[in-house]
Every structure is written in C-alpha cells, then in structure tokens.
Design a protein. Structure first.
Length: 160
C-alpha cells in the first residue's frame, strides 16, 4: 500500500511539472513567450496573405563587454542568405529564428536547429511587400545566465 501511494505521488509530480522547451534555455524560452504574448502574430486579411510572413527573431551580439539579446516580431520572413538557427516552434512557442554569429548564445541554445528545408516556408518571396508594422524591440542584457530587460525600443509609432 505504501509503495502504491509513493508511486502515485511520483506520477503526480511528473505530470504537474511544467514542460519547457528542450531546445532552448528556460530563461530565453520564457522571455520569448512573454514577448510573443505581448505582441502576438496578427490575423492576416486576404490582401496581406502571401505578402507577409510573420515570425519572431532573436539576436545575440556584443555591446562593449556585455552580451545582448534582442527580441523582435518581424513581418518579413527569412532571406535564403540568413545565417542562424531555427525555426524553433512547439505547442506554445510560435515560429522563432535565432541569429548568433559569434556563438554568444551557447548557454541558451541547447539544440542548434539547422533545417533549411523546413525554413523554406518562411523565405521571403521576391517582389512581395511586407507590412511595416514592427512592434517594440525588447533588449536584454545577459547577467549570469539571467536576462535583464534594459530597453523597450519603439521603432514604429503604430503596430497591430
């Protein structure tokens, strides 16, 4: 009887734990989810379909001695020439592409996805004109593997 109770408690603990993305560090994953909640991908009207390819972009770079992460929602899809990792996507995470030329995100990217075949559906179509609706860009500074929001940069005055 005691073993059964312990087994049930163990199973409950396993099922109650939040399932985080296995490809990305929890801190980065949570920051992306918060940004995606604040700035969801808008519903497209008929004239926008085929012209706009929404996805989220993450940029790693150095600013003086600090590692910086930018989060942005983009209506412009990917270029065939874009170098990075992704597309990261799961039941909660919307399509996300990561730019990390200097391997600054090594502690945050557990699995570097290089799936050019899957990325083709996010390639920008020649001649298409995306909307210019960019919501604010979130800028984070990395401090001991934690992300500290340091700036919200409003590029455009209006967005959806």
């Amino acid at each position: 009887m005691k073993k059964n109770i312990i087994a049930v408690i163990f199973l409950l603990l396993l099922t109650c734990c939040k399932n985080y993305n296995n490809n990305l560090d929890k801190n980065l994953y949570d920051a992306i989810l918060k940004y995606q909640k604040d700035y969801p991908i808008p519903k497209l009207n008929h004239s926008e379909m085929g012209q706009t390819i929404y996805l989220y972009k993450v940029y790693f770079f150095k600013e003086k001695k600090d590692t910086i992460i930018l989060l942005q929602r983009s209506p412009a899809g990917l270029s065939k020439l874009d170098k990075g990792y992704g597309i990261y996507k799961d039941d909660i995470l919307y399509p996300t592409f990561i730019y990390d030329d200097n391997n600054l995100g090594a502690k945050f990217i557990k699995n570097k996805i290089n799936d050019t075949e899957n990325n083709k559906k996010f390639y920008w179509l020649i001649g298409a004109t995306p909307s210019e609706r960019f919501p604010p860009v979130y800028k984070y500074k990395v401090e001991n593997k934690e992300l500290k929001l340091v700036k919200i940069d409003t590029v455009w005055r209006t967005w959806d």
